[in-house]
Design a binder for this molecule. Structure first.
Ligand SMILES: Nc1ncnc2c1ncn2[C@@H]1O[C@H](COP(=O)(O)OP(=O)(O)OP(=O)(O)O)[C@@H](O)[C@H]1O
Ligand SMILES: [Mg+2]
Length: 286
């Protein structure tokens, strides 16, 4: 049993604090609130089960992995699944143009072009050489398009671009200056990643958008994102990797962190087929 006491903002002059209200909240009620968290289904077979029903709605999740592990496909499947259920999604891409993404989707049987035409998916190509103000543009997209799902592919390229083109991104640029003045240790990338993520988090939280951010990871890397800080700020981290056993190689996914829900902790095998990404249900202990 938990007791919450609420005090008056002006304590009485006799200096004895008297509670104005007393709330009794049972642990059962607290558990109900925790369990009743709304879920956003990823549409990735097996993953939703491993997450006890899907990603907690509004979570910002890092999808980390090496080259070709399927990060972009993972994110696209998440958006396509939402669009098929009338949830608008935005794909912010720093690496592939809209036509390249449409081509990639066709390989998995997803008609991205038609979903774009129907106003269910919007692809925003962020030209990292163009000196675009990403955060301002994102605010505008959130206001106008009102998406329920967002993908930023890739977060690492975006951070790199902001370091190089800091002049256009005033907030980030001032962070570079502070970092360089305050510390001779080159940790500028970490500071900017932190700055961008905090801004992203506050914008996205206000709109209740569920987000996937990709981060490139070298095989055998000790950290969980390219910048080494995103994993602490993000609500969740899902790591994709290739595992080699003898002469055979297989793909493996691990939910390394996910706030507001219990989840499968071990590594699960996944497959990429012309139907998209599937996680082997037999591997699930849940
Ligand atoms: N139609 C398909 N069916 C099955 N597997 C495919 C298909 N098309 C691509 N793949 C697999 O998907 C991989 C690429 O996936 P994806 O682009 O999502 O990876 P990524 O992690 O985003 O890569 P990058 O590091 O280049 O950004 C390819 O290397 C290939 O193994
Ligand atoms: Mg990719």
């Amino acid at each position: 049993m938990l007791v919450i006491l609420s005090f008056s903002s002006n304590p009485p002059t006799n200096k004895v604090f008297k509670p104005r209200r007393c709330y009794l909240v049972s642990q059962w009620a607290i558990r109900c609130v925790f369990v009743a968290v709304s879920r956003t289904k990823t549409g990735i077979e097996g993953l939703d089960k491993a997450l006890q029903g899907g990603l907690p709605e509004g979570n910002m999740v890092l999808i980390s992995g090496g080259a070709g592990t399927g990060k972009s496909t993972f994110c696209m499947q998440f958006l396509v699944h939402g669009a098929q259920n009338n949830e608008r999604g935005v794909y912010i891409s720093t690496e592939q143009t809209e036509s390249e993404l449409i081509k990639q989707g066709l390989g998995f049987g997803w008609d991205l072009e038609s979903l774009i035409k129907r106003g269910l998916i919007k692809v925003v190509f962020y030209d990292i050489t163009g000196g675009d103000n990403f955060l301002k543009r994102l605010d505008l997209i959130l206001k106008e398009f009102k998406p329920k799902r967002i993908v930023v592919d890739s977060m690492s390229t975006l951070t790199d671009a902001m370091i190089v083109g800091g002049l256009a991104e005033h907030d980030a640029f001032s962070m570079v200056q502070i970092a360089e003045t305050v510390s001779p240790i080159p940790r500028t990338e970490q500071l900017i990643a932190k700055q961008i993520l905090y801004r992203l988090l506050s914008s996205l939280r206000a709109y209740g958008v569920t987000t996937m951010l990709t981060s490139e990871l070298f095989e055998e890397a000790a950290r969980l994102s390219a910048d080494g800080v995103s994993e602490f700020i993000a609500d969740g981290v899902i790591v994709l990797s290739y595992l080699g056993v003898g002469s055979s190689v297989f793909r493996s996914v691990r939910i390394r962190k996910m706030r507001y829900t219990d989840h499968e902790k071990g590594s699960l095998r996944y497959e990429m087929s012309p139907k998209g990404i599937t996680i082997k249900i037999d591997d699930l202990a849940l």
